[in-house]
Design a protein. Structure first.
Ligand code: MF3
Ligand code: CO
Ligand code: CO
Length: 283
């Protein structure tokens, strides 16, 4: 990582020194520690592209298995084998004690649901499947919500709105923009449809580390928060609730449910931001 110094050329391309141009404005709007340019080697970018592609292929493949009667353990085992056969490993397994290879979050579960042989998909369920592979040391992290058989109009609407929230969040990303641009785009759309945005779980920086310190809330204000700089890799992964935004953690210490037991949906992509704009690595 290279810090953007006071005497560096300004990021805006004016040709002036940073201190004579945007420095003051940036300093007022966020923590200077975040004003970093992060040059990435071609190998790093290529590694992240490959991991992202594999993650999205794994998610798409497991999505095809979603139907009534299938256990969430079967989904877990499928993805575990899928990634293993392709030379990758499942990042969640043993991550901070997480016991399984993927997260399966059904109906009122917001995220971090633990796959189980006892949990059988029922007609009308929605299920968020979140997979993360590590390929050659690089992480690809992606999630989608799937329908089990025929779902209610509310489940359909929540899922459609959540998918759009991710798309709108991605569309708000631009080099030298702000983390808050993403949150505002997501929150505005969710609220317009009378849904709530989960605040306790956020997107994150990602690379050779699963969760980096950069946090991407799915709420916020345009122009606020950390700067989005070329060279950043991060996820956007909105969790949108039918009812209240609050989460309750179950005794297993992982499963996060909505406080009112109403539905929750989630979509996630891993992104690469360069000078040219944003690239979806898990498309
Ligand atoms: N894949 C999740 C995310 O999007 C994290 C899962 S951590 C685990 O960040 F330990 F629960 F697997
Ligand atoms: Co993630
Ligand atoms: Co994830």
């Amino acid at each position: 990582m290279i810090r953007l110094e006071r005497n560096s050329p300004c990021w805006c391309g004016s040709g002036k020194k940073y201190k004579a141009c945007h420095w003051k404005q940036d300093k007022q709007s966020n923590n200077m520690d975040n004003n970093e340019r992060i040059p990435r080697s071609d190998a790093f970018v290529e590694g992240m592209r490959k991991a992202g592609k594999l993650a999205s292929e794994g998610l798409k493949a497991v999505g095809e298995l979603v139907k009534p009667g299938v256990s969430t353990l079967a989904l877990n085992d499928f993805v575990h084998t899928y990634f293993t056969e392709r030379g990758a490993i499942c990042a969640p397994l043993n991550y901070r004690g997480f016991p399984m290879s993927i997260c399966t979050s059904r109906n009122e579960v917001i995220c971090h649901g633990i796959p189980s042989a006892d949990e059988i998909l029922q007609d009308g369920d929605i299920i968020s499947i979140d997979v993360t592979c590590i390929l050659d040391g690089y992480h690809g992290d992606t999630a989608s919500t799937f329908f089990v058989g025929n779902v209610s109009p509310m489940a359909k609407k929540l899922t459609d709105v959540t998918r759009s929230c991710l798309e709108l969040g991605i569309a708000a990303v631009r080099p030298y923009g702000y983390v808050g641009d993403i949150g505002e785009a997501i929150q505005t759309y969710a609220h317009k449809h009378h849904f709530s945005v989960v605040e306790v779980f956020v997107g994150h920086g990602i690379g050779t580390v699963f969760h980096e310190s950069l946090q991407i809330p799915h709420y916020g204000r345009r122009g606020k928060g950390e700067r989005l700089l070329p060279g950043m890799f991060f996820t956007i992964e909105p969790m949108i609730n039918e009812g209240v935004k609050d989460a309750v953690i179950m005794p297993d210490k992982w499963t996060a449910k909505t406080a009112d037991n109403k539905l929750s949906a989630q979509f996630e992509h891993t992104l690469y931001l360069s000078e040219k704009g944003v690239e979806i690595l898990t498309k």
